[in-house]
Design a protein around this ligand. Sequence first.
Ligand code: PHE
Length: 347
Amino acid sequence: MKEQLEQIKRNALASLEAAATPAALEELRVKLLGKKGELTAVLKQMGKLSPEERPVMGQLANSVRASIETKLEERKSAIHAAALEAKLAAEAIDVTIPGKAVPLGHQHPMNQVLQQIKDIFVGLGYQVVDGPEVELASYNFTRLNIEEGHPSRDRSDTFYFDDGDTVLLRTQTSPMQIRFMENHKPPFCMLAPGRVFRKDEADATHSPMFHQIEGLVVDEHITMGDLKGALITMMQGIYGTESAMRFRPHHFPFTEPSCEMDMQCHKCHGTGEINGQVCSTCHGEGWIELLGAGMVHPEVLKNCGIDPEKYSGFAFGMGLERMAMGRLKINDLRLIFDNDVRFLNQF
Ligand code: PHE
């Protein structure tokens, strides 16, 4: 029996040493120490021993069990440590490798131009204000002296929300003139940029949504000369002192007299043609219409509680996309709204 026990011990220690995985260890544990294991089988024969031999063999059996248990624990932690070591080696991160750059966006080109225009007018003392895109017809039309039945009020031009045609998407930023004058006493200079909406099919120069920048100045003794001075200052700030522009007489119900301002076409430089072909950017005109303007109509001042005998003012409304197209030298309006990064990244 003694031989048997020592044999078990030798074999056990050797196979434990050779076991390489937790599963192999567990298998051995059951085989060596389990109820049906080798050691248990030997112990079952203890009854056959003489009373003198029994305690001696018992002691030996216990020490064999203890050695096997100790070895088992040793191997367990060794295998565990090796596995951890391998895992750490496999997952090692090289912290010295440079990180992936996060692509940084930039301001949309049209916002860049808007910012430049705002900067110029703020420099001239204008206050920049914001207003609603969903507007009342009374602000968008009536109080701007645009009477019922005027073609611009037509349902084919304007997005209305109700059958009574009282609530709409503003077709111009001019209602901001009324909103501002309701709440401010002259003198003042205000600038109101924002989105406007018209039922236009989208083409190279039209979009159902576009942007305008409204300007309004009211004080005593304001003249058309002040209007031209402000607009020429703005144009030279954006396009340089060499830029050519012209004022043409026009009609708006809310200004009197009224005019439009054009800038020379940036594509054909005013000739109206490129290589013998009609210039597609200005349609052969040589000029691009940028804005409408004029002296605030006395009726409009009265509608806002301002005495037209004492005060006068000028107003203008310019198309931001047109300004941006000239400034950025692009000839299709839709590029501005497509949000194609290949286009946007050029600015
Ligand atoms: N609101 C006019 C338009 O959309 C432009 C304008 C603004 C004209 C202010 C005169 C004064 O065409």
